[in-house]
Design a protein around this ligand. Structure first.
Ligand code: AN7
Length: 363
């Protein structure tokens, strides 16, 4: 008896991680020891409920980068930055972080056999992110200050001590993160009309644009998207044009007042004919709940800023346009915000008895 051939031929090649998948577009050489957790290849999900809200045949997708190995888009940049640090013989890396960068740096650097130092703003990092950094084995220093102050310190640390800086000022970070744009084009067959993205330090908006441009030059798409960046009202220096000394927002991931990639982001905005706007914490929370309760997609508050922004200016979306919102981080990163800011029924202290339960359910 012969075994059906289709069994063997239907077997798909496993995803090799984004560096191997996009090697020809990335600055890796033969001797680069790739440190990977098989990041990338995240789903581009249709968001029919959002599309219906907007109407006019607009197609809406979300790029769910919260499904990366450490739960955020930072893994895209970190596989590159850590692989290059290892290639250069680094023994330790350092970053400032609102949380996600620290989790990704810790996971990749530890896997690559390096020490990981992270500076975080004390009290302003979501629980899941802190848990990750600690368990991955980072050496965590919580400063009585904000992200911007932490970044200033680690920049100087990396100049004076044998530690490699892996914040997005490290150019390899952006190289890795641009693959998000490649995947969007690979999935859609072209660039979207709009790319909506949350903006903090402005690395990701810069990286996505690099990716779209590079793919355009390679003939993979025949147009470029408008880059629509969204910041939280209390941390919106790229909207107001002035640094914010004391940034505040419920979306702690983007609680940043002086973005490192400021000039690059402004250049991206103008080159793409894009726009940067701010969204309130209330708008962020509305989008956050909407995504979870109507689309079944749990992202963290900062990520919901992309959807909040799209909804805020949805009357500007041309009829029939395709819009992609980048959901940068997983909702599980920040369980405290989810528990505090939902509108669901949650009755506690119920007696373990059928009739009581039925009554509580409204029957
Ligand atoms: C979920 O982890 O800056 O504009 O230190 O975690 O590239 O900074 C995180 C940023 C959006 C903003 N969404 O991206 C850090 C950090 C999430 C984030 C952003 C971040 P950038």
């Amino acid at each position: 008896m012969t075994l059906s051939l289709s069994v063997a031929t239907s077997h798909r090649q496993p995803w090799p991680g984004l560096i191997e998948a996009y090697r020809e577009y990335l600055p890796v050489i033969e001797k680069t020891a790739i440190v990977t957790l098989l990041e990338g290849n995240t789903p581009l999900l249709p968001a029919p409920s959002l599309a219906k809200r907007i109407g006019r045949q607009v197609r809406v997708f979300v790029k769910y980068d919260g499904l990366n190995p450490t739960g955020s888009f930072k893994d895209r940049g970190m596989t590159m930055a850590i692989s290059k640090a290892k290639e250069a013989g680094a023994k330790a890396v350092i970053c400032a972080s609102t949380g996600n960068t620290s989790a990704a740096a810790a996971a990749y650097a530890r896997r690559g056999g390096m020490r990981t130092f992270v500076l975080i703003p004390d009290g302003y990092v979501a629980l899941g992110k802190l848990a990750q950094a600690l368990l991955y084995g980072a050496e965590v220093l919580a400063i009585k200050g904000n992200f911007d102050q932490a970044l200033e310190i680690v920049r100087e640390m990396a100049q004076s001590y044998p530690v490699t800086l892996v914040n997005s000022v490290n150019p390899y970070r952006l190289e890795g993160q641009k693959t998000g744009a490649f995947e969007v084009v690979d999935a859609l067959g072209n660039s979207p009309d709009w790319l909506c993205i949350p903006v903090g330090n402005a690395g990701n908006v810069t990286a996505y644009w690099m990716g779209f441009c590079q793919y355009h030059q390679a003939g993979k798409c025949d147009r470029l998207p408008r880059m629509m960046g969204f910041q939280a009202v209390g941390a919106s220096p790229l909207v107001t044009g002035v640094p914010v000394k004391n940034p505040e927002t419920i979306a702690t991931a983007i609680r940043i007042g002086n973005p490192a990639s400021w000039e690059k982001a402004i250049a991206v905005k103008s080159a793409s004919q894009g726009e940067f706007h701010s969204v309130t914490d209330a708008e962020i929370l509305d989008a956050y709940r909407l995504l979870a309760s109507e689309e079944g997609i749990f992202c963290e508050p900062a990520s919901a800023a992309s959807v909040a922004g799209m909804l805020q200016i949805s009357d500007q979306i041309p009829a029939g346009a395709t819009v992609v919102c980048v959901l940068t981080g997983n909702g599980l990163k920040d369980p405290e915000t989810a528990i505090k800011h939902n509108q669901s029924l949650f009755k506690q202290g119920i007696q373990p008895e059928l009739h009581t339960v039925a009554e509580a359910m409204g029957f």
